[in-house]
Design a protein around this ligand. Structure first.
Ligand code: C5P
Length: 308
């Protein structure tokens, strides 16, 4: 199984509701950084992890992919176990929904392995129970997320967009960033946030320049309060001519939109040379959601995927 990471092209945040969550209006784009999940029959429920930041991922029952497997087993009434192996291609705790992509892939993988044939809509409901960001990597492409971010509607998007991601080893807790947001807006947030019209128009028109101008993240100030050094990759990417630059989701990954693939490499080189990120990655979007791939990735880590 393979499931993509995401970038929030726009993230509008409303007030905290009685259930502790904020009403959101966000536009997600799935990008070509992938989590790969292999599900094998096993006598016990367990998870192993590989990839550059594997040591940062828990392997106990707090692991979202394990929780996905046990939620599906309970839902479908099976008592099968599974060994899940996660290969991390999406930055860990970076605001790009890598853990959510693992959970989405685990749902589809276990459903196939156990032959439970749970309809996709039911898998989406289980995904929403696991976390606000889990339904999107199941769906992929481009979508508006409302509610907690988990109610999805597809968005018409033309063209291919090229990204550079400045990744930090030190993660940011989503819950902490939302708390900092509450402190900053002090009750003045909108009741019902709305997705940006200019941004939707840019996606329809395949206009990367207009998209760059329309990109917005209401959580960016909060992320910068918690991690002021994030101003550096934002400034370097802007200086390298990025069409738009923002903190991805709740951060700390910084996403920069490039004019094309070559320009993405120019921005990536500038970020690396300035030493303002622990890792710099390029990707393109939008791409498809969680799906079974014929062949697992080779040992060299080569990725021959093409954006959809
Ligand atoms: O849904 P998930 O478990 O991924 O959310 C993590 C935390 O982020 C929540 O516990 C909550 O504090 C915060 N959050 C929020 N509003 C949202 C989504 C997440 O306040 N819409």
């Amino acid at each position: 199984m393979r499931a993509p990471g995401k970038v929030n092209l726009s993230l509008r945040v409303g007030r905290r509701e009685a259930d502790g969550y904020h009403a959101l209006a966000t536009v997600f784009q799935a990008v070509s950084l992938y989590e790969e999940v292999v599900a094998r029959p096993s006598t016990e429920l367990r998870v192993t992890v590989s990839g550059p930041q594997a040591d940062l991922v828990p392997t106990d029952m707090t692991n979202l992919a394990l929780r996905a497997a046990s939620l599906l087993a309970a839902h479908a009434g099976v008592d099968d176990a599974v060994h899940l192996h996660l290969h991390k291609g999406v930055p860990v705790a970076g605001g790009m929904a890598g853990g959510s992509a693992d959970a989405a892939a685990a749902l589809v993988a276990c459903d196939a392995l156990w032959g439970t044939a749970v309809p996709r809509e039911e898998l989406a409901d289980l995904a929403a129970e696991l976390g606000s960001d889990v339904p999107f990597p199941l769906a992929g492409h481009t979508a508006i997320g409302t509610g907690r971010g988990h109610l999805l509607a597809p968005v018409l998007s033309r063209g291919e967009y090229h990204w550079v991601f400045a990744v930090r080893t030190e993660g940011l807790s989503t819950a902490r960033v939302f708390e900092a947001f509450d402190d900053l807006v002090a009750g003045a947030a909108r009741l019902e946030p709305e997705a940006d019209r200019a941004l939707m128009q840019a996606l329809r028109a395949a206009d990367a320049y207009a998209l760059g101008r329309a990109m917005h993240n209401d959580l960016q100030h909060a992320a910068l309060e918690l991690l002021p050094a994030l101003a550096e990759p934002l400034a370097v990417a802007t200086g390298a001519g990025a069409l738009g630059v923002l903190v991805s989701g709740s951060g700390p990954t910084v996403a920069a939109l490039a004019r094309n693939r070559q320009h993405a490499l120019v921005i990536a080189t500038a970020l690396t040379a300035a030493g303002v990120a622990d890792q710099v990655m390029t990707a393109a979007g939008p791409v498809a959601g969680a799906r079974i791939v014929a062949e697992p990735r080779g040992p060299d880590g080569a990725d021959d995927s093409r954006p959809s």
